[in-house]
Design a protein around this ligand. Sequence first.
Ligand code: CMP
Length: 220
Amino acid sequence: LQNVPLFQDLSVTELESIAPLFQERKYKKGTILFLEGDLGEEFYLIGSGVVKIYRIDNYKEIILSLFRQGDFFGEMSLIQKGLQRSAAAETLEACSIYTLMRSDFASFMENSPKLCMRLLEVTMERLRKANEQIYNLTFLDVRTRTIKVISQLAEEHGLQRSSGYLINMKLTHQQLANMVGTVRESVTKVLQELQEDDIITIDKKYIMVKDPERMAKLIY
Ligand code: CMP
């Protein structure tokens, strides 16, 4: 837990008191953890794997965020009493997840100003990203939005390799389209252009950003 950003300011004693309250669960790829509108009973912390936070409307999906090791989610409906899950969550890979019951989460928050402050910081970071998403969807064209999504994935989930930054998760064109807020065909077209320009390569659904600088120039 010491490596989890949310708990970074906690003392060893505090960590020792919270650790036994978590339950570890393993999930297969493609498991729906909860749906939008469900009652929120647990707080989730990712031990390994990737989780997608999304909303659906008539079979169309928008991905709000991708979370991975050390990230948490499911706090909103626990803090906003009486409100339900604001989005759905599904595993994109096999995951190990630690859950904390609503009552334990509440009592820990009440007793730890440091934890509250960290949670607020992370929430603000998420609000910033959500604002960025509103801006992008309102003002930018699909091509620019697609390039921005890939750049951001490389920044957040990129592993440095001699030939560039490897985005550390398998992504289908449809999933990328659901992050960009467009149809699959449009993403396919942009990905093809980027490959022809030798800015990215794609191997078995893994994207490698070969030239992040040239990619950044396409956005600004
Ligand atoms: P909750 O509403 O309990 O269930 C869905 C969870 O998804 C929510 O808590 C947050 O943890 C997370 N979530 C919802 N919207 C966003 C967003 N825009 N960005 C990142 N995470 C979100």
